[in-house]
Design a protein around this ligand. Structure first.
Ligand code: GLA
Length: 391
């Protein structure tokens, strides 16, 4: 009897504790850092990554929480006769690069695909999952973005929808098991563009974050399509498991400051991973200010780990709300109308948000306490935002 009780206890510990512990060991809050793709794409190399690491430190971004330095696609070289992957000529020594990044108090991320080829046509991990995980761990990698790419073609040939879905889950599970086996904590980032409602099964395959959509672009229309399109996904986010509406475009030049503030505010409300995607070595003070605003980051990184959601919408005016650990709420008023239409007057009644009596209200981007209010009416610029923290 005692033996059986022991078994049950052991199983319970395994079932309840282990997966939770491994997920929360990393990504207890949405991962923050930088990724090479949005700005550098195939032009990423060792020097670019070192410069990004240097800039994370000198700009104050590291101290604001941006710690992952993530190399995206196009680092991959050939496999040797034993099947081990090597980096290509752009990355002469991955271990030395990891040591450099680590010496700055940062972490290094890498990219691969469960298919034979990555999206840019480089070597994927198909059939080499364990070897690749071992290689990453030996280099000192802390984060893996695993991008479906060519696996889709294989799965599409091999059966119907159910087989496709299962094949995808199996492929992600396989790499997750390989990563766990290394014993190194490695954030596991799923990238399969939101297919088959990944938010419903992302945690089951070991994902710490999962892309919910196709790729972002550096323009308001695409950013807004993705960001506002996250409505309804809040319940799937939790410490260790995040919806990922793709990397930031802040500072890449295609949007106006109001639009980048909308981008950053929306991602913070969504408890989205904050992976800067710009050239960190050439930032305007305004870009640095948007990326490093501590109060906005605090909303994103709030330890309750609750994703916000759309609270109200009337045409192009939307109010989104995120509950925070100290009982406050982050409240974002967005005006989605184009510039020709001008600013919008927007109103929020704090009673509707569950506050009784007057609430203490702070305008986050203007770093200004607005006092104790029952409601607030404010002009919101076209494509812009007013972000409030209400207690
Ligand atoms: C896909 C991903 C992008 C990027 C590229 C690299 O498009 O969604 O984020 O990683 O592949 O080839």
């Amino acid at each position: 009897m005692r033996f059986r009780f022991g078994c049950v206890l052991f199983l319970l510990v395994c079932l309840l504790n282990l997966p939770a512990a491994s997920a929360q060991q990393v990504a207890a809050t949405p991962p923050m850092g930088w990724n090479s793709w949005n700005h550098f794409a195939e032009k990423v190399n060792d020097a670019v990554v070192r410069a990004a690491a240097d800039a994370l430190v000198s700009s104050g971004m590291r101290d604001a929480g941006y710690v992952y330095v993530n190399i995206d696609d196009t680092w991959e070289g050939k496999r040797d006769e034993k099947g081990f992957i090597h980096s290509n000529e752009k990355f002469p020594d991955m271990k030395a690069l990891a040591d450099y990044v680590h010496s700055k108090g940062l972490k290094l991320g890498i990219y691969s695909s469960p298919g034979p080829k990555t999206c840019a046509g480089f070597e994927g991990s198909y059939g080499h999952e364990e070897q690749d995980a071992q290689t990453y761990a030996a280099w000192g990698i802390d984060y893996l973005k695993y991008d479906m790419c060519s696996l889709g073609e294989i799965l599409a040939k091999n059966g119907g929808k159910a087989e496709f879905r299962q094949g995808m889950l199996d492929a992600y599970k396989k790499m997750h098991a390989a990563l766990l086996k290394t014993g190194r904590p490695i954030v596991f980032s799923l990238c399969q563009y939101g297919l088959y409602k990944v938010w419903q099964w992302g945690p089951e395959v070991g994902g710490n974050l999962w892309r919910t959509t196709g790729d972002i672009n550096d323009n308001y229309a695409r950013m807004a399509e993705i960001g506002f399109g996250q409505a309804g996904l809040a319940k799937y986010a939790a410490p260790g498991h995040w919806n990922d509406p793709d990397m930031l475009e802040v500072g890449n030049g295609g949007m106006k400051p109001d639009e980048y503030r909308t981008h950053m505010s929306l991602w913070a409300i969504l408890a989205a991973p904050l992976l800067a995607g710009n050239d960190l070595s050439k930032m305007t003070p305004e870009t640095v200010a948007i990326l490093t605003n501590r109060e906005v980051i605090a909303i994103d990184q709030d330890k309750a780990g609750k994703q916000g959601d759309r609270f109200w919408a009337e045409g192009p005016d939307e109010i989104w709300v995120k509950p925070l650990a100290d009982g406050s709420k982050a409240v974002a008023l967005f005006n989605r109308l184009d510039e020709w239409a001008g600013p919008a007057m927007m109103k929020v009644n704090f009673r509707d948000l569950g506050f009784t009596g007057a609430a203490k209200v702070r305008d986050v981007w203007n770093a200004k306490d607005l006092g104790s209010l029952e409601k607030y009416e404010v002009e919101v610029p076209a494509h812009g935002v007013v972000l409030l923290r209400v207690k």
